[in-house]
Design a binder for this molecule. Sequence first.
Ligand SMILES: Nc1ncnc2c1ncn2[C@@H]1O[C@H](COP(=O)(O)OP(=O)(O)O)[C@@H](O)[C@H]1O
Ligand SMILES: [Mg+2]
Length: 253
Amino acid sequence: MSASVLSISNLTVKFGGLTALDDVFLDVPENSIVGLIGPNGAGKTTIFNSISGLVTPTSGLISVEGKNVPWPASHQLVDYKISRTLQGVGLFSGLTVLENVMMGADVLGTSNFFKDALGLSSKSESKLRDRAHEALAWAGALDVAEKMPGALTYPETKRVSIARALVARPKILLLDEPAAGLGQDDIDKFAGLLKELKRKCSIVIVEHHVDFIGSISDKVYVLNFGKVIASGTFDQVKRDPAVLAAYLGTTHA
Ligand SMILES: Nc1ncnc2c1ncn2[C@@H]1O[C@H](COP(=O)(O)OP(=O)(O)O)[C@@H](O)[C@H]1O
Ligand SMILES: [Mg+2]
């Protein structure tokens, strides 16, 4: 058993009268891919929002690398070594891909690293540039570093947003529906990329493509109506009656 980099217990989130998450637990081992699946509205994104400081949990505990810590504010994510891709936040069209990735060092906060770089000591800037190249290489997008965002294909854009999340060298990468809109060929390539990437960090991934999640995840959590209804290997959870009922339930809804 490898050590856990991120662990959550008893996470409850209420929005007024709505209980979005109810006593949720999650454990993310080092260098693993953990998949979160469940019908729309099950609470998957709310887990990410709680971890990344966008939602304040009603109750619950979080530990990072085995240490109990306060729920992070979004500007603390860099210190917690947590990074997420920002859905809906596009790339800056007037900057090259490389410059966009450099911006990612600070997209959710104010790391000293980035402040240094903005102070434009040329040493820091070249350090940040090196990091951005490294992140692009990890995301399989080094070949588009000098392109403008408008010239990228859709799958390339996805890789670049992952590079932007990687530039801070996170230990934990949160990906919310990163494969949405990709065709099967690109999904297969993306699966290969994630399997490589887990050597560098742990990945928590939300996706609707259940087979894709099954093919890449070391562990899967299934949510329904804010509760974890099953967890384990994909082979274990896919046979679970509660899981089958949840999915059949939505299919016929
Ligand atoms: N900021 C919010 N304010 C009020 N309700 C919210 C908010 N965010 C999510 N919800 C509600 O919480 C539930 C879980 O949503 P979400 O986590 O986005 O589900 P999923 O990502 O699994 O589709 C839904 O009923 C959603 O409408
Ligand atoms: Mg969601």
